[in-house]
Design a protein around this ligand. Structure first.
Ligand code: SF4
Ligand code: SF4
Length: 386
């Protein structure tokens, strides 16, 4: 969206009428866990709904899990948030529509409904997701890496620890609460100061995050100091599971799981990844009008912000691909957090930017990217270059 009235765009919005300030989370899995943490912090969590009988028996994260039938019989006037992957999300939405239930998809809820509601009703500046790329170096060379990390020299310079501190300080000086804050790469465990970054951010800002996570490809085992800091600051290890493309990673994953279990570190292995969507990301310009580019950007609405040296990038992929592949495209496509006006106006501008407003209404890289249509370009997940 193009800024027409910077700082005043929200006047057009009506905060979603969230009749019941407590929500049932449909799906007791990884997405549901995150929602539970964030909603509980604000006293807005009502309970889990899941049709898995085992989960109903055992509970999830210390919470009761009820069946959908129970929900229909007891709480059907309440609102659900669907916490499921895209394929299941469609199936569940269809069912809920048939039953006339009120619901949100988790992505829309976290990206726009909650941020606008919190800002308008509670003066809280809330964001869904932001990352710091501590290094662009990686132990793998995935041909379709959405950050272009395959092109980064193993000896390339990482972020200075001081830069990470500044990035986090400026970001959290503007944001009241974030659903998930991620340390990512490249492969973040290659970064020699990762434990210090976890400690600094954890010590100062853990109470401003729902989930604090590290996303790793699992090729490096964490040392004891990192494990200790992850335990102390409740860091969730997200391991991307590439055994389909690299079967011998399974042994490494087993070792990792053993460490996490023994040490009591929170972790989540993704389902073995088979297919990725290829965004394109070439240096070739696609012939599109301004209107088409704005539409492409608005349809895409990637949730992946990046905070880096005082700049907030809307699309971490656009920034990293441009840098790592040497395209130098869209180098001004960021919001300078340090230049935001003080007070309410600055907060409004930041919220608007996070909702997708900008001067151009799209990023330079959008003209080199398939956006949402990346689904028409499936590729094998984690296929390795030699
Ligand atoms: S997709 Fe992940 S593991 Fe693969 S090269 Fe990129 S950062 Fe590394
Ligand atoms: S369409 Fe634009 S915002 Fe979306 S992934 Fe591509 S470059 Fe990023």
């Amino acid at each position: 969206m193009k800024w027409m009235n910077r700082g005043e765009e929200l006047n057009e919005y009506k905060a979603e009428k969230l009749e019941h300030e407590k929500f049932y989370v449909f799906g007791a899995g990884d997405i549901g866990r995150g929602l539970y943490v964030t909603l509980s912090f604000f006293g807005m969590f009502a309970g889990f709904i899941d049709n898995d009988v085992q989960k109903q028996k055992n509970g999830f994260y210390g919470q009761l899990v009820q069946s959908y039938q129970w929900f229909l019989e007891n709480e059907r006037d309440k609102t659900l948030i669907i916490a499921a992957n895209e394929a299941n999300e469609q199936e569940i939405s269809r069912q809920l529509r048939e039953d006339n239930c009120k619901f949100f998809l988790s992505g829309i809820f976290l990206n726009s409904v909650l941020p606008i509601y919190f800002f308008q009703k509670k003066k809280i500046l809330f964001m869904n997701l932001a990352q710091i790329c501590v290094t662009e170096r990686c132990t793998l060379r995935c041909a379709d890496c959405a950050h272009g990390c395959w092109a980064v020299d193993r000896n390339a310079k990482d972020m200075e620890l001081e830069e990470i501190y500044v990035s986090a300080d400026l970001f959290f000086s503007k944001i009241d609460y974030i659903h998930e804050f991620v340390l990512i790469g490249g492969e973040p465990l290659l970064y020699e100061h990762l434990k210090e970054a976890v400690e600094y951010i954890g010590e100062k800002y853990r109470n401003k995050m729902g989930t604090f996570s590290i996303t790793s490809n699992g090729t490096i085992l964490p040392d004891q100091a990192l494990v200790d800091n992850c335990k102390k600051y409740r860091v969730l290890f997200r391991i991307s599971n590439y055994v389909k493309a690299i079967p011998n990673l399974q042994g490494q994953y087993n070792k990792l799981e053993k460490i996490f279990l023994k040490e009591g570190v929170d972790y989540h292995f993704s389902k073995a990844e088979e297919v990725w969507w290829n965004y394109g990301f070439t240096d070739k310009l696609q012939e599109e009008s301004e209107e088409q580019l704005i539409r492409k950007f608005d349809r895409c609405m990637t949730p992946c912000r990046e905070t880096r040296n005082g700049k907030l990038y809307f699309c971490v992929m656009a920034r990293t691909v441009s840098d790592n592949l040497g395209y130098h495209i869209g180098e001004n496509d960021f919001l300078d957090l340090g230049l935001l006006p003080d007070g309410d106006l600055g907060r409004r501008i930041l919220l608007e930017y996070n909702l997708g407003y900008s001067e151009k209404g799209y990023l330079e890289m959008c003209a080199r990217c398939h956006g949402k249509d990346c689904r028409n370009y499936p590729v094998m997940a984690a296929r390795q270059l030699r």
